[in-house]
Design a protein around this ligand. Structure first.
Ligand code: PMP
Length: 443
């Protein structure tokens, strides 16, 4: 059948199978967003909601940016689409050069895709292909971490560490181990910034090497600061220690910076903030301010060159997407870089982060809170779980906050917050105020 001319009722929510949503519950009590500008959303009824999460950790420069719109429209008028397989278009090369110029260390090549999940699967494949190209084809094992989130591709859920994202989907990738997560309430509850304790958890990598031998291990992937499982900043020294162990054994280190990239922590990337350069870095979200879907893998010089010296000279990497380096995404991403630069948004995030930290920690004692964590312009707040209904307190707090005019993100009995980096201090006060009210209401 052709698309019908008759418009379905606007309140018919049935046909859309919503991702990561309790569809049945949602459709009885929907939360709809119809407009966005700056740090706010509006519901279809016109109710204003402050965006405490920058969408899904992605609208770093705020909503409705005219500069990005203009760049997308201009690109659309010039050329809507061009493939990047055995062809190219100038914007993709320009964008990669701009990213290379802002990346730490010798991370200097960019592979583009359309999402964080694609970026992760691409990075894992690049790591495996690189090991093979340098004559180390036995290095096939991948190591992730408990409570890691690396998107929803089969690679990503295999190295990821969230049981609900894994348990429905069969046997996943073979040859994967997991480091322990770094959330330690006994020693680190209510830490400000990076927690003091837990550097030794990186040594678990030595144990895994002892079990399999380094000659069988391709890469380790971690989020420098875990996001989706409740925002877990790394213990002091942890990432440096991981880097050292990887170097010692010839294992590649991948940072999944889908959340931390493009300013969230008050630096361009977590790699810069922590002074640890991974071999590969995955990005998405803030790369395009979420206006056009885009993801990417940034790789260091030796990775790129290793693949250029590999045996297959016709095509260097048998991997790519129809929409890799989509012209509209490249145009948007370039305009976003202009905004980040012209408004000094990464620096702004660094300057605001102390105010943010004080704000979120002022909620301590509000009602059933077991931990508050923060770093840069992000935070996580944990609640004591109800014995009969784990996750209910987190969900209720999220729903209550929305009713009171604030969007937060729920992960089990935790809520996470990560406002756009253009947020003003009085708007931070408003976020903290509403969060406190929502917590009290659900305590
Ligand atoms: N990696 C990390 C660290 C993420 O936070 C996310 C998304 N929240 C992803 C990967 C997946 O990104 P996407 O949803 O764009 O596929």
């Amino acid at each position: 059948m052709s698309p019908s001319n008759s418009k379905p009722a606007a309140n018919n929510l049935d046909a859309f199978f919503m991702p990561f949503t309790a569809n049945r519950q949602f459709k009885k009590n929907p939360r709809l967003l119809a407009k966005a500008k700056g740090v706010h959303y509006w519901t279809p009824e016109g109710r204003k909601v402050i965006d405490g999460t920058a969408g899904l950790w992605c609208v770093n420069a705020g909503h409705g940016r005219e500069e990005i719109k203009a760049a997308i429209v201009k690109q659309l008028e010039e050329m809507d689409y061009a493939p990047s397989f055995q062809m190219g278009h100038p914007k993709s090369f320009e964008l990669a050069a701009r990213h290379a110029a802002m990346l730490p260390g010798d991370l200097n090549h960019a592979f583009y895709c359309n999402s964080g999940s694609e970026a992760v699967d691409s990075a894992l494949k690049i790591a495996l292909a690189y090991q093979r190209a340098r004559g180390q084809g036995t290095r096939t094992r991948l190591i992730g971490r408990e409570r890691g989130y690396h998107g929803v591709g089969f690679g990503g859920i295999s190295v990821g560490g969230m049981v609900n994202n894994r348990k429905w989907f069969g046997s996943l990738l073979p040859g994967v181990d997991h480091l322990p997560h770094t959330h330690d309430l006994k020693r680190n509850a209510f830490s400000r910034g990076e927690p003091e304790h837990g550097v030794e958890l990186a040594d678990e990598l030595e144990r895994i090497v002892g079990l399999h031998d380094a000659s069988n291990i391709a890469a380790v992937i971690v989020e420098p600061c875990a996001g989706s499982t409740g925002f877990l900043p790394p213990p002091k020294g942890y990432l440096k220690r991981l880097r050292e162990i990887c170097d010692k054994h010839g294992i590649l280190l991948i940072f999944d910076e889908v959340i931390t990239g493009f300013g969230r922590l008050g630096a361009s990337f977590a790699a810069e903030k922590f002074g640890v350069v991974p071999d590969l870095m995955t990005v998405a979200k803030g790369i395009s301010n979420a206006t056009v879907p885009m993801g990417g893998v940034f790789v260091r010089k030796h990775i790129y060159e290793g693949l250029m010296n590999g045996p297959d000279s016709a095509i260097d990497l048998f991997h790519g997407y129809t929409y890799s380096a989509h012209p509209l995404a490249c145009a948007a991403a370039s305009a976003v870089l202009d905004i980040y630069r012209d408004e000094g948004l990464f620096q702004r995030a660094a300057e605001l982060s102390a105010y943010w930290e004080d704000g979120v920690h002022s909620l301590k004692g509000t009602g059933g809170i077991t931990d508050i964590r923060n770093l840069g312009m992000a935070a996580g707040i944990d609640f004591e779980s109800r014995k009969d209904a784990p996750g209910a307190r987190g969900y209720d707090t999220f729903v209550k906050a929305f009713e009171l005019g604030l969007m937060v993100r729920q992960a089990g009995d935790c809520i996470a917050m990560s406002p756009p980096l253009i947020i003003e201090k009085n708007q931070i006060d408003e976020i903290i105020d509403i969060t406190g009210k929502a917590i009290k209401a659900t305590a």
